[in-house]
Design a protein around this ligand. Structure first.
Ligand code: DGY
Length: 330
């Protein structure tokens, strides 16, 4: 019996490929970086399962031609690269990896906050450049994290994990979210701010933890940046498109806010000539929020399992469109 084809858009952990091979014929894109869109579309036409990354655009056009496809699983919790409505209409399950990257991403959000507050990249560059001549009372002065207020926008799993860390650092934490989490506020030690504006106006650091949707795209634009404190810093580990990057450049150049620490940008990768890369008060990382070996392995295994579930006749354990009416098995 011929096995169903699973297309994997990047070299991933062998353990995940092994799991997939038990249920399907695995074809892996071996080129550097993501496959070109045309290649992805052509390969997906043959596939029953698609193992993709957040860099792969799985849009309505591609899905319409992928008549054999029964599951598209992204190795990420964010699934904005997939047109979920089109997938649902085509009877294709969309799998993702919630939960397993929460703590790792929260670690990185905290690291970014600390890096910006205490000017760690600047201090390292200073030492490396041989400029460290003596202990200096006025050199590389940062801002205190303890006692400062962190404003969290989006109190989902990652927002909560960041709040716990911030409390451990002696910060006050205020938040705004689509829905208030009143029941958990006391245990978490966080305060409901009432509105996004109140978070922006009342925080020394603002950390973004919302998924990218039609509602959140461009959510932090000129108006919002102008509401932040001039001494405040913006931390983004969610999606670059949540922030209007042109407005952010202006905000930093003109001093509406004091700094930014970004793990995600718009576009990705950030173009090498983007002025943000040259600003001393900006930390930019290449989207490494979940990048520890253990977490990325868990993400890859979960993605593979989501596909195996469908190939073996079950709904994926982690699925964002459970309401889908699955295609009949071919
Ligand atoms: C996700 O899972 O959405 C992350 O951005 C990947 O690190």
């Amino acid at each position: 019996m011929t096995k169903p084809v699973v297309y994997v858009t990047r070299e991933v952990f062998p353990e995940a490929l092994e799991l997939l091979r038990r249920a399907g014929e695995v074809r892996v894109w071996e080129g550097e970086g993501p496959p070109p869109y045309e290649t992805l579309a052509r390969e997906t036409e043959e596939a029953t399962g698609l193992f993709c990354l957040l860099t792969d655009r799985v849009d309505a056009g591609l899905l319409a031609c992928a008549t054999k496809l029964r599951v598209a699983a992204v190795m990420a919790v964010g699934h904005n690269n997939i047109d979920v409505a089109a997938a649902t209409a085509q009877g294709v399950y969309v799998g993702n990896t919630p939960g397993v990257l929460t703590e790792t991403t929260a670690d990185l959000a905290m690291a970014l906050l600390l890096a910006r507050a205490r000017r760690i990249p600047e201090a390292q560059a200073f030492a490396r450049a041989g400029r460290w001549r003596t202990w200096s009372p006025m050199e590389l002065l940062g801002t205190d994290v303890h006692g400062a207020t962190l404003g969290i926008v989006g109190m989902g799993r990652i927002g909560e994990a960041v709040a716990r860390r911030a409390r451990g650092f002696g910060m006050r934490v205020v938040y705004h979210s689509r829905t208030r989490k009143a029941a958990g506020e006391q245990e978490l030690g966080v305060e409901w701010a009432g509105s996004l504006g109140a978070v922006l106006e009342g925080s020394d650091f603002v950390s973004l933890h919302v998924p990218l949707t039609g509602e959140t795209r461009g959510m932090i634009g000129e108006g919002e940046l102008r509401r932040m404190r001039r001494t405040a810093a913006l931390v983004n580990t969610s999606r670059g498109e949540v922030v209007d990057q042109a407005a952010l450049r202006r905000a930093l150049r003109e001093g509406w806010i004091a700094g930014a620490a970004l793990d995600v940008t718009d576009p990705e990768p950030m173009t090498p000539d983007d002025p943000l890369l040259g600003m001393a008060n900006v930390v930019v990382l290449p989207h490494v929020g979940s990048a520890t070996r253990a977490t990325r392995l868990r993400m890859a295994m979960m993605t593979a399992q989501n596909i195996v579930d469908v190939l073996e006749g079950r709904a994926p354990a982690h699925c964002v469109n459970a309401q889908v009416v699955p295609k009949a098995r071919g």
